[in-house]
Design a protein around this ligand. Structure first.
Ligand code: PLP
Length: 390
């Protein structure tokens, strides 16, 4: 007897994550070098862990306010003002969430009516399309191209806007392509958002990981945009805090009020220990972020060169810790390449279509692993490519 009929239709139809599916296969293999998982290989800096220990030792084991600790909200507003040039009121315009993941879900559920369209650039983070569907919206992918270094152009966006478009989701620096956006392009996109009255979810979780002294611009800082933006950020990537499950959303009060209606009942509040650790990260964590960023930059330089030397073309992304090389010269599909590489050479990467159909012909490689491991992985990829071409 099957009870599957009881699953809500819109949930039943959500496909299994292309990354998860692939990692179920990776889990069965031994001694794999993983360029697959999108998380820092560094442990959380010790002083941040100490703040958590101190918090527990002092009995801070209770619920916080629904919005999150006032001291953390104050730190966040200071940080966002300093680094992103957007001002928020810590009393009413910040919600501490269970990672950026919860913040995305809250924001979408707060604004979407059934059938409303949500635009996002693709290839994109795996959760975007399912999160839209879970909020009863319609996901509308705007493909980006390797020739444009996977930047979203205002022209491509304009071509996908309809009278049902309500939200635009942006993620720069981008997972999986590492793409960043120029101020000039963001200004054109902002103009479109104002003209078409779009709400913008701007996921800037990789913003600290920007290389070559490139400027990171938040669309929320552009004229007329603060009022229609939900600024999403967190601690997972820059502070190496994936397991702490802590992030935040900043938005004008009309949006945070709606998001709070869900958060206060569904979650109550984010984890108290993690909130205390997050204060330490923001107040004293800059040095750790800098040293991790320098190491990522060094690895990026190596891996980009190594892929291009193999004839697998790959632009040099200015952000995040991913590269997205074109593997089509091997004559293999993304899935064949990833599965073959895993089986024959024990190196894991993620097939591009896990991030949307426009990812076909590409694979995502994460360089948040040691340079020594990356060097061995690249030697093996070289052998695999040579054998595939025979
Ligand atoms: N947004 C992007 C673009 C991501 O790549 C990830 C994780 O990989 C998340 C959000 C989830 O972040 P968090 O750990 O804060 O939930």
């Amino acid at each position: 007897m099957t009870f599957n009929k009881h699953i809500a239709n819109h949930i039943r139809d959500i496909p299994k994550s292309g990354i998860r599916e692939f990692f179920d296969i990776v889990a069965q293999e031994k001694e794999v070098i993983s360029l697959g998982v999108g998380e820092p290989d560094f442990d959380t800096p010790w002083h941040i862990r100490e703040a958590a220990i101190y918090s527990l030792e002092h009995g801070r084991t209770h619920y916080t306010s629904n919005l999150g600790l006032p001291e953390l909200r104050a730190s966040i507003c200071k940080y966002v003002q300093k680094h992103f040039h957007v001002g928020y009121d810590p009393r009413t315009e910040v919600i501490i969430t269970v990672g950026v993941s919860e913040a995305i879900d809250l924001a979408l559920r707060a604004v979407l009516n059934p059938g409303d369209e949500v635009l996002y650039h693709e290839p994109c983070y795996v959760s975007y399309s399912p999160s839209v569907v879970m909020a009863h919206g319609k996901a509308v992918a705007v493909p980006t191209r390797a020739e444009d270094q996977f930047r979203l152009t205002a022209e491509a966006l304009a071509a996908h806007i309809t009278p049902r478009s309500k939200v635009l989701m942006l993620n720069f620096p981008c997972n999986p392509t590492g793409a960043t956006q120029t101020r000039a392009e963001l200004e054109k996109i902002a103009r479109l958002c104002i003209d078409h009255d779009l709400i913008v979810l701007t996921d800037e979780i990789y913003s600290e990981l920007t290389y070559d002294n490139a400027e990171h611009v938040s669309i929320a800082s552009l004229p007329g945009m603060r009022e229609r933006c939900v600024f999403l950020h967190g601690f997972s990537k820059a502070f190496a805090m994936t397991g702490w499950r802590i992030g935040y959303a900043c938005a004008p009060g009309w949006l945070t009020d709606a998001m709070m209606k869900i958060h206060q009942y569904a979650i109550l509040c984010a984890n108290t220990t993690s909130q205390d650790a997050a204060i330490e990260a923001l107040e004293h964590g800059a040095h750790g972020v800098d040293s991790m960023r320098r190491e990522y930059e060094h690895r990026r330089n190596y891996i980009v060169r190594a892929f291009n030397d193999l004839g697998l073309s790959c632009h040099k992304p200015v952000g995040a810790f991913y590269i997205f090389p074109n593997i089509s010269s091997t004559g293999l599909t993304s899935r064949e390449f990833s599965l073959g590489l895993l089986e024959k050479k024990k190196v894991a990467c993620v097939p591009g279509p896990a991030f949307g159909a426009s990812g076909e012909g590409f694979v995502r490689c994460c360089y948040a692993t040691s340079l020594d491991q990356i060097k061995v992985a690249m030697d093996r990829i070289g052998e695999f490519v040579a054998e595939s071409k025979k």
